[in-house]
Write a protein that binds this ligand. Sequence first.
Ligand SMILES: Cc1ncc(COP(=O)(O)O)c(C=O)c1O
Length: 402
Amino acid sequence: MHIFSDRIERIQVSPTAKISDRARQLKAMGVDIISLSQGESDFETPSSIKKAARRAIDEGFTRYTQIDGVPELKEAVCAKFRDENNISYQMSEITVTSGCKQLLFNALMTLVNNGDEVIIPSPYWVSYVAMVEIADGSPVVIPCKSANNFKLTPEQLDASITPKTRCLILNSPSNPSGAVYSRSELSALAEVLLEHQQVIIIADDIYEHLVYGKAEFSTIAEVEPQLKSRTLTCNGMSKAYSMTGWRIGFAGGPEPLIQAINKLQSQSNFHPASISQYAAIAGLSGDKHFLKERRSAYQERRDTLVRELNHIYGIECSIPDGAFYVFPSCADLLGHLTPDGDTLKTDSDIVKFFLDTAGVALVPGEAFGYPGYFRASYATDIDTLLRACERLRTASEKLISV
Ligand SMILES: Cc1ncc(COP(=O)(O)O)c(C=O)c1O
C-alpha cells in the first residue's frame, strides 16, 4: 500500500536539484568541488533592484496583494512585452506568479486533462515531463537531432500531433542545449500549428536575454500573430536579472486561460511575494545596461568552455547560441573502464566518475531525456571554468578504452 498519492509516487525529485544538493553537501564536508551543475547566474541581483525591495519593506508593501500581481507590475510586464517582443497584451491578459516554474505548473494543471498529450522536444528542461505527469497528461517526447542543433523540425512536429494533443512546450533559448530558434524556424513550426487548432503553445522564454553572436531572440506569438490567441508566452526575472531567489515569473496569454490560471493560483499560493513584486517593477522599468555587459561576459565564458571541453578526450561540444549551458556529447566515453575497473555504461556513470575523480559536478543528459550527453553551466567565472576543464581532462585521461 502506498502512503502517498499516486501522483506523488509517479514523480522523482528534480535531478538537477538533487545534483546541486549533492555538490553542496560534498563542499560542506570539505571536499573541493567545482560545480558546473547550477542553473543560476553567479552575478548579483542589480543594486537598484535590491534598493527597490528595501524601499517596499520600509513603505509597508508587506501585505497580501492581488492574485495575479499588483497593477504597477502588470503594467511593467505589458510594457516589456510591447517594447521587447512587439506583442500587445491587455492587463487582463497578464499574470504574475512565484517564478516561471509555478507559472508552467499552473498552466499545465489548468490545460491538461487525463490522457491529454503534451509535446515536449528533447533534450528538455527536467520539470516539463514531471509537471505533465502530475497533471495526469501524457508527455510525448520528441528527440531532436544534434545535427539540427537539438531543435524540433516542422516535419517532426507534424508527425507528433494527434487528436489528443493539447499542448506543445517550446523553450528557446533552451535549457539544456542552449539552442535558439530563429524567426524563420518558428515561422515554419507556426505553419504546422495553424493547421491544428486544438494545440495550445506554451512558449518558455525564460532565457530570452541570454542570446549571443548573430543569434536573435524571437517568440512564436510575435512571429505568427494568428497564434497569439492560443499561446501562453512565459518569462520571468530569474535568469537575466539574476533574481532566482526572488521568485517572479510572468506570462501573457488569452484572457480565459490567464483567468483560469489565476483561479488555480487563488486556491494555492495566492500571489507572489509582495516585496519581490516591487523589486521586479524596478528591474523591468529600470536601466538595463547590465544585461548587455553580462551577455558579453557569458559569451566569453561560453567560448572558453567550448574550446577547453573540445580538448578533452572523449568529449565533443558544439557552440550553442543562448542560455548559459553547453550540452556536449560524451558518447565516445561509453564502454570505457575507470581505473577501479568499472565500466562506464551511461552518461550518469560518466558524470558520477567526473564528480568522484575530478570533483566536478555536471548534469547527465539522461536527466533531460537525452542520453549520451551532459550539461555544463558557464554561469561561473572563467578561472573556475578553466580549473574545471583541467580536472576533467586529467580524469578522462585515466579512462581505459576496451
Ligand atoms: C527552461 C526553464 N524554464 C523555467 C525555469 C524556472 O525558472 P524560475 O526560476 O522563474 O522558476 C527554469 C529554471 O531553471 C528553466 O531552466
